[in-house]
Write a protein that binds this ligand. Structure first.
Ligand code: SF4
Length: 462
């Protein structure tokens, strides 16, 4: 059951407090706590006091990484934080962020959400010129490019890095007396700005601003560099080659429902997707249930639009993280049952509509149908709030190889048969666009293969 969802790889947070007397570590801690769903394998905070940076990072959840009086020891009015989810072989504290490097004019710390597509070429180039890397993460490539350009000035160094690197990224950086935020020229990975009195905040999602008591001001625009210092916020605008292509999967699945992204309420979009699905793919049934957590809003929308009552059909064990040990295939198959338990009162002898956000490999969905039938469902009608996932993502999202994506090889009817469902329907691409208010500034490449930049596109057999 592992890896049967697309996985976001990180959450980032930055805080600038105007008064040197005010420490920022607790705000970052609260923000990272709210971003925990974006990464559970390591957490870190770097704080900057008058140009001197100290940091703490550890493997594990935010609450485990910052035990005792660690937060109190992190003194500084500017800081950045990071929660990380990594693919196998890359975890461990060495690759945890923020990453701090020393350079001739001081220290720089950087935290990153996303993925570079030209990381290898840049790493080779830097190694050829004598750079020795301490980690295997592309964050170190970025921080080195900035450090090498600093003699031309900080803004120039960051602008130069933005011109060289290709991929999806949102960055928070602290250097000297400044906090800097950067979003890639397509805006693939999210980053928003918040404010509370004279203090500024940067975060992957607005729910982190809420946790720190700050108000959402706006999103960082694609290709924009924002620099925050004692003069407030200065925007270094966008390059003329930007083309907004935010990740639509943030709205469908990654983001918390209480976040607002690119001026879209995540909850409202999911609710709307459920309403649209009810119109596009109606069915006679007795109850609508959602797969927690991201399917709930859509299930309520489907129920309201169809007139079929909504019910709580699956109870989620909230304490199973990605590190949950499933030592063999049989136990892996049991994994869904341990994570999601059916409520027989809702399901028994009913024709059930179940709403999920996506079908990736199909293994979890198949198991869900089995669980519902075993709990006495007369019929199970599967509805999905995204179109078939048929292409891998190269932009900071952990996805299975294309050949493992069931939507890349099978028709909807074949998938229905594999799942054992009585009917199966996905939202249409047009319906998905309607759910986000008709806005078309989204990357939807995992559905339509139209990547916003060149990637190593694989056939369905690879
Ligand atoms: S390919 Fe899919 S998951 Fe990746 S950035 Fe585009 S929409 Fe998001």
């Amino acid at each position: 059951m592992m890896n049967d969802k697309f996985r976001d790889e990180c959450g980032i947070m930055g805080v600038y407090r105007k008064s040197l007397e005010n420490n920022c570590a607790s705000y970052i801690y609260y923000g990272l706590f709210a971003l925990q769903h974006r990464g559970q394998e390591s957490a870190g905070i770097a704080v900057n006091k008058e140009g001197k940076i100290m940091s703490h990072k550890e493997v594990g959840l935010v609450s485990d990484a910052f035990k005792g009086n660690i937060l109190k020891q992190l003194k500084g009015n500017i800081g950045i934080g990071h929660v990380r989810y990594s693919t196998s072989g890359e975890d461990g504290v060495t690759n945890a962020q923020p990453l701090t490097v020393n350079h001739s004019t001081g220290q720089i710390a950087l935290a990153h959400n996303g993925n570079l597509v030209n990381d290898k070429a840049l790493r080779n180039m830097l190694e050829d010129s004598g750079v020795v890397f301490q980690t295997t993460i592309d964050t170190e490539v970025m921080v080195n490019i900035i450090a090498r350009g600093l003699r031309h000035g900080m803004i120039e160094a960051i602008q130069r890095m933005v011109e060289i690197i290709k991929g999806a990224y949102a960055l928070v950086i602290t250097i000297g007396d400044k906090l800097v935020g950067v979003r890639d020229p397509y805006g693939l990975r999210p980053l928003c700005i918040g404010k509370k009195d004279d203090d500024y905040f940067l975060a992957s999602e607005s729910c982190a601003l809420d946790a720190a008591g700050a108000e959402l001001v706006r999103d960082v625009e694609p290709g924009e560099i924002v620099v925050i210092d004692e003069n407030g916020l200065t925007s270094y605008g966008q390059n003329n080659w930007v083309k907004k292509k935010s990740c639509i999967f943030e709205i469908i699945y990654f983001a918390r429902p209480d976040s607002v992204m690119d001026e879209i309420s995540v909850y409202a979009a999911r609710h709307k997707a459920g309403e649209i699905l009810a119109k596009e793919s109606p069915v006679d049934a007795d109850v609508v249930i959602g797969v927690p957590d991201s399917g709930i809003g859509a299930a309520i929308g489907y129920a309201e639009a169809s007139g079929i009552p909504y019910g709580v059909g699956l109870i989620k064990n909230k304490y199973i993280g990605r590190t949950f040990i499933q030592p063999n295939q049989k136990l892996r198959e049991e994994g869904v049952r341990i994570k999601l338990n059916p409520l027989k009162e809702t399901i028994k002898d009913k024709r059930v509509v179940i709403i999920d956000d996506s079908i990736v490999r199909g293994t979890t969905s198949k198991r869900l149908v089995e669980i519902l039938k075993k709990a006495g469902a007369k019929e199970v009608h599967f509805r999905v709030t995204s179109p078939p996932v048929a292409y891998s993502c190269y932009f900071g999202i952990d996805t299975p190889r294309r050949k493992y994506l069931i939507g890349s090889r099978k028709s909807v009817e074949e998938i229905r048969e594999i799942l054992g469902a009585d009917s199966l329907a996905y939202i249409s691409l047009d319906g998905l666009t309607e759910s986000v208010g008709g806005k078309t500034h989204f990357c939807r490449a995992c559905f339509d293969g139209e990547y916003p930049m060149e990637v190593p596109v694989l056939s369905a057999n690879e």
